[in-house]
Design a protein around this ligand. Sequence first.
Ligand code: URA
Length: 435
Amino acid sequence: MEMYDIIKTKRDKGILTEEQLEYVANGCADGSIPDYQLSALLMAMFINGLNHDETVSLTKAMKDSGETLDLSAISGIKVDKHSTGGVGDKTTLIATPLAAAMGVPVAKMSGRGLGFTGGTIDKLESIPGYRISISTEEFINLVNTNGISVIGQTAEVATADKVLYGLRDVTATVDNMSLITSSIMSKKLALGSDAILLDVKCGSAAFMNSEEEARELGQMMYEIGLSFGKKVACIISRMDEPLGMAVGNALEVKEAIETLKGNGPEDLTRLCIELAGMMIYMSEKAATFEEGKASAEAALKDGRGLDKLRDLIRGQGGDESVIDDPEKLPGAAFSKELVCACDGYVNRVDGMTIGTASMHSGAGRREKGDEIDSGAGIVLAKKSGDSVKKGDVLCTVYSNDEARLLDALEEAAKAYEIADSKPEKAPIIIDRIGI
Ligand code: URA
């Protein structure tokens, strides 16, 4: 097989075979295909597209190009949850304990974040003692004994995706639905769960800006998941402003604990109940989605979800007393409030700008490998629809570096738009696919 012929086929709008896509994925993984040929193929794929069968084949080939996990030693229907990510997204810390509390086996591998705030793993690492790197054997044992384990991605999954994603990033070929779908689904499928719940975010602070794009991506990932014999469901959720009030690692853990105590912000609580309810239903621990949601709500109300978070932290060597005293989580030496300059209503809090401000504070990475300041970030006091008076606090910025604090504060000020009239508040859940 020649890479030249594969590129030419796609350049001329031809259809690639399963064998050709396997050849490409293997050549990525073992480094035998040079970047210039891979880049040319990516551009041809970007321009001429991939059909359903090609997307399935590329997903399979990328999944098989790295390690795959065998979770068969865990009984029950294992549901993985994937979010396309966004500012203040701490749903894993809330929805997975709620689902685990109702008997869903949660075996989750999560990643770190680049930019904005950290990923789930950075958030969990802000809990003193929490071990994110444990053996697969311990991981499986924890799920069997505690019902939940969340660890950093140890396996070298979907090796070809790592190579292709790196090239897409620098060749303007990221935003193609088939390429995004095969990239995300190859990694999810490699992790061995029986069911996959997708949370596709949509809005100015998300990867997909329009509802139409988010629906298209959700539908494609849903169909590809089904082609692999998995149960799949997808929620399309709004992400124009940060989710909840806290953005930053330890700050988000605190908010997750408060949410599991029943004191969470409304948007975050609603979305987490929806996600946990869906996980409970997909794992066949409830007969209907509505019943799943009701059980998730019950686990939130009576504290079983909070107890599961405690089990999770204890199981992985973390200091579980942070549940009772969240002030034990890392803090920040410096903080400053952003104050409103006029009376009116908050018309908009731009999520992307708050994300950038949070990164300036030290809560996110500018470059891969950057150290994270666990105590840094932003806590919003006002979001869209809130009335404000001159002098009210809009948000507070935290950092352990005074210069970074000032940079973050300056950026955060750009996120707030104040208007004379109260804006309409759009619901957090836009749509569901597969339910
Ligand atoms: N996230 C991924 O993992 N892959 C993409 O292509 C886009 C977002």
